[in-house]
Design a protein around this ligand. Structure first.
Ligand code: SF4
Length: 373
């Protein structure tokens, strides 16, 4: 892979809802969400292609399409005593709160927005009230023509905040914990009643939680609170934080069984990029038409860290992804706040380049946790 940032030229088209890039090696169209007469129009779809429509570009030479920015960490008020048993950040209610201030967030986003491809930000949160600037952070993001997405539990949510979030976010996800699925389902019902079409459920997939995952997947058929929900997004557990040693990636057999069931029964399902290669294997072993298999695999996107996405922690430090902190050889991470030129200093930093080469050599399978591949 060569560094082409000095020579590549891109044509960029942006309107309040859409974003498109045309160049000789990388092309994309992001159809954002907009509200018309109280209705959400479009669906947040992102399509990318290379020199030819059938080409898959290895990375975006102009910067990330999506940024994962951690705006609160440590203390988490969005859960019960002790916190979620599989929290990979080991956040909990009794820890010290660390928040990214609005001023720091503006600085971070202004730098990241040098990427013309950046259409979405995934805000990394603890409880929704832990960072008092959260709503203003979302507002600033929208004002820059970028859609803020986030995940919450619903535990510390109130109606006023939900309305503000519903007006500002692109998509949101509600974490579903085995200790309180009703909190999740009630929160999903609240956001869908507010018109947030892209309301998803996040559920952590591990061998130990498989029964619960199946319960959540099944619930979309019978629980009226989920009738307008978008999808249940299955997140692969990582051996990190509180999950380490307690929760393990599902066996190939149980994962494939789950995917086959969803696809056969028409359950609305999504998954993180960390599971995309496993999903592709499950699709290929299923009894589906070749055309359907091709379409399903084309719609899935394997690990995109530092190829199409970037992670910035609460201190403004860059790592390949939120699970990759710390990351071997990365020390305290790349200092985004000190960077003069985001594209040159961060996106094309030698560490980012090295990571990208490694990830692409692995076929975009996880370089961090071989056990989840
Ligand atoms: S590096 Fe691994 S954990 Fe991080 S996003 Fe990629 S697949 Fe997931």
């Amino acid at each position: 892979m060569e560094k082409k940032e000095e020579t590549l030229k891109a044509e960029v088209f942006i309107d309040p809802a859409n974003r498109a890039i045309r160049s000789s090696v990388y092309n994309m169209l992001f159809k954002g969400l907009r509200k018309e007469g109280g209705q959400w129009i479009e669906d947040g779809t992102l399509i990318r292609w290379g020199a030819k429509p059938e080409d898959d570009p290895p990375f975006c030479p102009f910067g990330p399409e999506i940024a994962d920015i951690e705006v609160s960490a440590g203390k988490c008020s969005g859960v019960g005593v002790g916190g979620c048993s599989y929290c990979y950040k080991s956040n909990s209610p009794d820890k010290l709160a660390q928040n990214m201030s609005l001023a720091t967030y503006k600085n971070v986003l202004d730098k990241l927005a040098k990427s013309p491809a950046l259409g979405q930000v995934a805000l990394g949160l603890t409880g929704v009230k832990d960072n008092p600037d959260l709503i203003n952070i979302m507002r600033y993001t929208r004002d820059k023509g970028i859609f803020p997405n986030f995940t919450l539990t619903g535990a510390d949510l109130d109606l006023e905040m939900a309305q503000d979030m519903g007006d500002l976010c692109g998509a949101l996800a509600v974490s579903c914990s085995p200790t309180n699925p009703n909190l999740c389902f009630d929160t999903v019902e609240l956001f869908t009643s507010l018109g947030v079409q892209q309301t998803n459920i996040h559920v952590v997939v591990s061998e130990e939680t498989m029964e619960f995952v199946n319960f959540v997947l099944e619930s979309q058929k019978r629980d009226p609170r989920l009738k307008r929900m978008n999808a249940v997004v299955c997140l692969m557990v990582k051996p990190k934080g509180r999950a380490k040693g307690r929760f393990h990636p599902p066996t190939e057999e149980s994962y494939q069984k789950m995917i086959h069931k969803c696809l056969t029964e028409g359950l609305r399902i999504g998954f993180d990029s960390c599971s995309a290669n496993r999903f592709a294997r499950a699709v290929n072993t299923g009894e589906f038409s070749e055309k359907r298999k091709e379409r399903l695999i084309q719609d899935s996107d394997p690990c995109e860290s530092l190829c199409f996405s970037i992670y910035v922690n609460v201190k403004g430090r860059v790592f390949p992804c939120s699970f990759g902190e710390p990351c071997e050889g990365w020390g305290e991470g790349l200092d985004l706040l000190a960077a003069d030129d985001f594209i040159k200093d961060i996106w094309y930093h030698p560490l980012a380049h090295e990571w990208r080469v490694k990830l692409l050599e692995l076929g975009r399978d996880c370089p961090l946790f071989p056990e989840i591949r």
